[in-house]
Design a protein around this ligand. Sequence first.
Ligand SMILES: Cc1cc2nc3c(=O)[nH]c(=O)nc-3n(C[C@H](O)[C@H](O)[C@H](O)COP(=O)(O)OP(=O)(O)OC[C@H]3O[C@@H](n4cnc5c(N)ncnc54)[C@H](O)[C@@H]3O)c2cc1C
Length: 234
Amino acid sequence: MIPRTLFDADLDGFRDSVRKFLEQEAVPYHEQWEKDGQVSRELWQKAGELGFLCPTMPEEYGGAGADFRYSAVVMEEVSRAGLSGIGWTLHSDIVAPYILNYGSEEQKKNYLPRMAAGEIITAIAMSESGAGSDLQGVKTTALKDGDHYILNGSKTFITNGQMADLAIVVAKTDPKEGAKGISLLLVETAWEGFEKGQNLNKVGMKAQDTSELFFQDVKVPVAHLLGSMEGQGF
Ligand SMILES: Cc1cc2nc3c(=O)[nH]c(=O)nc-3n(C[C@H](O)[C@H](O)[C@H](O)COP(=O)(O)OP(=O)(O)OC[C@H]3O[C@@H](n4cnc5c(N)ncnc54)[C@H](O)[C@@H]3O)c2cc1C
């Protein structure tokens, strides 16, 4: 085997901690999680306490300010243990960087520390039944009404969809403009009109909650637009 030179002693120590944690806190429960169609919230909280979530986020936002190798170690160890249900990568390495890079200071302070602590679980809701690869075809709309957007539409195949407390939702704020009318919104799943649909039955990844989401007149404050202006979501 070609020796790997990417990881140093610190990372080896980190890997050891992640591996032991997963052996104790995840492997024994995986079979049950496959039946449940999702992992436990407790797992997320414990992982957050130990710094395994959002490790690359700056310390001021609850992360460890670590480089991407730390995320890679978490991904490798989750895969090595065969834990197909844990949606940490999407949360730590897709959703968190969106908020860090495009979010307002208020959005970053509000969400990133709680994400790193495992207090909230996140998702990104792009795909719809008629829009997957060709994402500009999304039908979900978020039309401005005073100081809110009114969100209507639906999504499917959303990872962490059942467990999520917060979703980045791709929606058309200006449907006439096609791809240029697409924006990203930070939407809390507890808000009125936000409904989680069925947890989809898949061939594999049985412990991963992959869901439909429905929005009916969800009132999203304009301050929850991600990015400084509308139309930058595509
Ligand atoms: C386990 C799982 C988790 C997912 N998690 C998320 C999530 O968290 N958030 C989210 O938003 N979405 C998620 N998705 C959805 C995923 O992003 C879409 O399935 C993907 O974008 C493809 O879209 P589609 O399924 O509509 O297939 P289609 O876009 O209809 O594609 C069907 C087939 O046609 C091919 N094809 C499409 N367009 C072209 C073209 N122009 N030229 C040649 N071939 C083409 C594709 O390669 C594919 O083989 C998830 C899907 C799965 C299976």
